[in-house]
Design a protein. Sequence first.
Length: 427
Amino acid sequence: MASRIEDAFRADAGRILGAVTAYTGDLQLAEDAVQEAFLRAIAQEREGRAPANPAAWITTAARRIAVDGIRRARTAAKALPVLASEAIIAPADPFPDFAFTGDERLELILTVCHPELAQETRLALALRFVCGVPTADVAAMLLVTESTMAARLTRAKKRLHDSAIRFQMTDDQQVAARLGDALSVIALLYTTGYAAPTGADSRRLCADAVALARDALRVAGDDDTEACGLLALLLLTEARHPSRVDPAGELVALAEADRSLWDRRLIAEGEALATRALSGGGGDGTPGRFALQAGIAGLHAIAPGWEATDWAAIALLYDGLVAQWPSPSARLARLVARGFADGHDAEGVRLELDADEELFAGPLAAQAFAVRAELGIRAGDAHGAQVDLRAAIDRTADGAIRRHLERRLSAAGGVSGGGPAAGAPER
């Protein structure tokens, strides 16, 4: 059984780091202090003196550790601009007991999304240190090796530390300039949890992403169509969660999902937000990336069944999405939609997929082969589908997805296509 400190680390490490970084203005200093505070908490727990409220205790301890380090190094004016020299030299205790109040992660995400850093580095810093996504998963999402990502993160933290970058949420211009990156971080965080439906931290990551999306919309304002679209996308996707895994823990494809289990309250909220996002458009009246994705998720959510899905409308929305955001995942999902839309034969779409060689070489390779297999089944090429399913299985680490693909493989000899295989894009 996990200890209370371990539970606090999994659930609250990102929030604690956000609180301490907001206090010190220094990500590297805050990270070191939080690690030391967790070690002290573990030592107390082993001695039978576990804190009653681990998150609050660790946050307070980390702040004090950070301040002690600053004082010893005599660099308060440079490393702690938020407290300034007058606070440091005040005769009264300038660091009273701290009451843990919740979530400063959005502020920290905006802090590390500094324009002086490359966009990929900004996203990686936020995912790793604010959201707690393992370095290996961050590297996979951003298409680099784990060692390369680790080196980039170390360099970026040092640059933030040396520059003494400080960010305040009251600076509306900086919030607006960095919000797009923050929305991308939140979307990637949700995708990390969604992609591993049976993983231990899957639900936590998804819940964290939804909470951050709500906070982002609150900060951005209801008229920000992309913040509105992102929250809509996550709510509409989250609404389908109850049917995604069966009672035995096996993955259920969207085509076979029991839609009566879907959360109608989340769907209603998501639909309203998606409608607002799509109708608002961007500066030129064109819906943005998250608004378009929300529209796609909304069409899946309102369809009474798989066969009633409006694939033509979904394919049209994907055309718009790929035009402005031609990511590998968007391109692959567009081909899935085209494969089901009237007027597009499966073999023709499979040829389109084959022409996009990048999809088979990167982290989406397993999904690409799974999609190719389903297109092969629909085109009557059972042997080719079996070959592609084996290729997808070989490239899949998640146990639930592997088992689903193996079931599809055993049935591929005579079954007609019934929807994207597990691991293929659904939204």
